[in-house]
Design a protein around this ligand. Structure first.
Ligand code: DC
Length: 221
């Protein structure tokens, strides 16, 4: 099968990683979760008590890699599997603080570009179709209403045994949207040539079928 680069960008909690993983599996491509890379740098900063500038100075000591585990891909920080550790709210918040820093973005973008050299890759994030791979053959921009994304996040937190308040979850979604779209460095925005997928009213299976169709249409055209 033809090997291309698929860039998937979009707002937080709109199912990017679920869709990217499903598409990578369908196509037999490599999946790269760039959010996990920002989270791994954030974890390093938290564990070592570093602020943004100290994190920049420490970048040469931060080595990020991915391994294939039984339940999918895991991110490693200096050889240690940190997949579970990076998924906390604390690490998410730190990632949101450090991700606007130019030197940190340059450090990670260079690695992401190297991973795409052989093509056959599905990469998801905020700046994949605009900065990392502006030449990607297929760009998808995922979106859903803030209320629906807050609903999904609310249910996820409940399933984790937490006791979320819907209004707080919605506020958090809106705050993250604002930060992601208003930062000076690589803000989240739709690439001009991206296919927009609004999944507010789609089930997970409908979304997967929809994205597979878009991919097949591109590959077979
Ligand atoms: O998608 P996520 O929640 O795992 O992302 C974690 C943080 O990293 C989030 O604040 C957005 C940021 N991020 C980014 O700035 N650029 C990317 N390509 C991916 C994530």
């Amino acid at each position: 099968m033809k090997k291309i680069i698929v860039a998937i960008d979009g707002y937080s909690s709109c199912g990017k990683s679920t869709m990217a993983k499903a598409l990578a599996q369908y196509a037999g491509y490599t999946y790269v979760d760039t959010g996990a890379m920002y989270r791994a740098v954030a974890l390093y900063a938290l564990e070592n008590g570093l602020d943004e500038q100290q994190t920049v100075a420490a970048l040469p000591e931060i080595h990020i890699s991915f391994i294939h585990a039984a339940d999918g891909q895991h991110v490693c920080l200096n050889g240690r599997d940190v997949e579970t550790k990076i998924r906390t709210l604390e690490v998410g918040n730190k990632a949101s603080q450090i991700s606007p820093v130019k030197a940190i973005r340059q450090f990670l973008v260079a690695q992401q570009q190297a991973m795409g050299e052989a093509k056959g890759i599905v990469m998801d994030g905020r700046d994949i179709g605009t900065v990392v791979f502006p030449q990607a053959e297929l760009k998808l921009f995922l979106t859903a209403s803030p209320e629906e994304r807050a609903n999904r996040r609310f249910k996820e937190l409940q399933e984790k045994g937490e006791n979320p308040v819907y209004e707080e979850v919605l506020r958090d979604v809106n705050d993250r949207d604002y930060r992601d779209t208003h930062r000076a460095e690589s803000p989240l925005r739709q690439a001009q040539d991206a296919v927009v997928v609004d999944n507010t009213d789609m089930t997970k299976d409908e979304q997967i079928a929809h994205i597979r169709r878009i991919f097949d249409d591109y590959i077979n055209r």
